[in-house]
Design a protein around this ligand. Structure first.
Ligand SMILES: C[S@@+](CC[C@H](N)C(=O)[O-])C[C@H]1O[C@@H](n2cnc3c(N)ncnc32)[C@H](O)[C@@H]1O
Length: 292
């Protein structure tokens, strides 16, 4: 029996892209996501990368365009079918592997298979067991590999409660981060989890990851046809500000989504050498270790 989450995503798969194309803001949002993700991509193109919760393939296809061998995975068979069809159309001579998989177990994939993992558009927020999901992201990544994971933000998710005059709901949501995805059909509603920057970091660290960075997406909420979005020069300036300030407290508080970049430690790597300098007095002046 498919879960409500699976049923919902199966049903919307065929029109998912059209829904997001209606508002040009989402292209901006995806650009902010990609801009942040890019520096964490591996140099080595020979090992496959994994797109978890790939949906209709937005990020996996972009990774294919950058030369990577991509494995697409999603809880929803119908989403995966759309992603694979697009991969076939856009890259007819390339292989694209795919598997139905829940982020909670990533069962089809063997340990350390991927040099990079992307999970955009909330599969971790939608997971029924986040601890297991993190463990599995860690398991399938090769040592030193990065995962870039996007989730719902708790502070960014408050406004609908304010709009509904739902004070109790707001208090509860802020305290626990537990929400319900309000699909039109009651049988397709499913729970989601909204993170604070701190809870997101803590969960990643508990799974054994080093946190590289957390950003808020996006600093500027330009949903609903803001004129800045269509002007190329303005867009470039906005993207530069997102890059510069995206990891600041201001951005983390404002944004409706958070994006975390984590790295799997390489247990085999030699320990880092002792720092060669030490702070000797206030004001930050340093002298060589051992120097008198
Ligand atoms: C909002 S869409 C994002 C799709 C794509 N990553 C993107 O950014 O355009 C969320 C996707 O996550 C998938 N999903 C939801 N829960 C999941 C889970 N527990 N494990 C894996 N995928 C899941 C859905 O089927 C859907 O395709």
């Amino acid at each position: 029996m498919p879960s409500s989450n699976e049923r919902y995503h199966d049903r919307i798969a065929a029109r998912y892209d059209d829904v997001y194309k209606k508002d040009a803001y989402w292209a901006y949002y995806h650009e902010v996501s990609w801009q942040d993700l890019k520096p964490s991509l591996p140099r080595d193109l020979s090992r496959p990368v994994l797109d978890v919760g790939c949906g209709t393939g937005l990020f996996g296809l972009r990774l294919m365009k950058s030369g990577y061998t991509v494995v697409f995975s999603d809880l929803s068979r119908k989403m995966l079918d759309v992603a694979l069809r697009k991969a076939g159309e856009q890259f007819p001579s390339r292989e694209a592997d795919a598997a139905v998989a829940d982020i909670t177990d990533l069962e089809p994939f063997e340990d350390e298979r991927f040099s990079f993992v992307v999970a955009q558009g909330d599969p971790l927020s939608f997971s029924t067991d986040r601890r297991r999901a993190w463990r599995n992201l860690h398991r399938v990544l090769a040592p030193n590999g990065c995962a870039v994971v996007s989730v719902d933000s708790r502070f960014g998710g408050c406004q609908p409660f304010v709009g509904r005059n739902d004070l109790e709901g707001l208090e509860d949501f802020l305290a626990k981060g537990a929400g319900t995805w309000l699909a039109d059909r009651a049988e397709e509603r499913f729970p989601f989890h909204a993170f604070t920057p701190t809870s997101l970091r803590q969960e990643a660290e508990r799974a054994g990851f080093d946190v590289v960075r957390v950003i808020g997406k996006t600093m500027f909420d330009l949903r609903g046809g803001h004129p800045w979005i269509d002007d190329l020069k303005t867009r470039r300036r906005l993207l530069a500000m997102e890059k510069r300030y995206g990891a600041t407290e201001l951005a983390l508080g404002r944004a409706h989504h958070l994006q975390i970049t984590v790295r799997k430690r390489d247990a085999e790597a030699p320990q880092r050498a002792e720092p060669r300098t030490e702070r000797v007095r206030r004001g930050g002046r340093r002298r060589k270790k051992g120097a008198r």
